[in-house]
Design a protein around this ligand. Sequence first.
Ligand code: VGL
Ligand code: ZN
Length: 224
Amino acid sequence: MGATAASRTGKAQEIPVVDERTVLLVVDVQNDFCPGGALAVARGDEVVPVINGFAKRFANVVMTQDWHPPGHASFASSHVGRKPFDVVEMSYGQQVLWPDHCVQGTKGAEFHAGLALPHVQTIIRKGHRRDVDSYSGFIEADRRTPTGLTGYLRERGMLRVVIAGLATDFCVSWTAQDAARAGFETYVVDDACRAIDLDGSLARAWAEMDELGVVRIRAGDLPG
Ligand code: VGL
Ligand code: ZN
């Protein structure tokens, strides 16, 4: 079966074709981003049944996992006199400081127990270098260091990436923007994501995604 002109150029259509060259990318559905977690996203756990509902339709599923060492540079606790949600200047630009979260090997870093995705093929861990954050599943915050996900998806012949998870305005948005820049047709399933929304970050995220041709869909738009 031939790729359509649109998919060869990475230009997304209104709704994705879900075939063997389409991957569902589930971003950071981890305990610390759910109610009760260290960096809880309001109603973050509500994405779980929504994602479970459509994930079975995808032959290819990949997850990202925020995976920080203790003392990570994105933690406010690593900066004297700083508190969570302050913004500081790092060598690679501005960085929001967060409560300690998704520390390697902790319960908070584990995936939400309700995710029912036995067919996940690969888990990409990110943010594991102490001095560099990584919202994106593709390229770290220095905007230079690849996680390997682009190569993995390209080598497997993927054309389309459908993204869901947490948080819409940080890891989902950065991941979606990098997917689009890498030339994948990129879709974000709005009702399978929840946002942090810091100082207008959600509206900004959608504007930036839109600018790059990322298509915003709803779970109900996915072909049955
Ligand atoms: C995230 C803030 C810090 C996310 C990860 O998954 O959106 N946000 N680390
Ligand atoms: Zn993080």
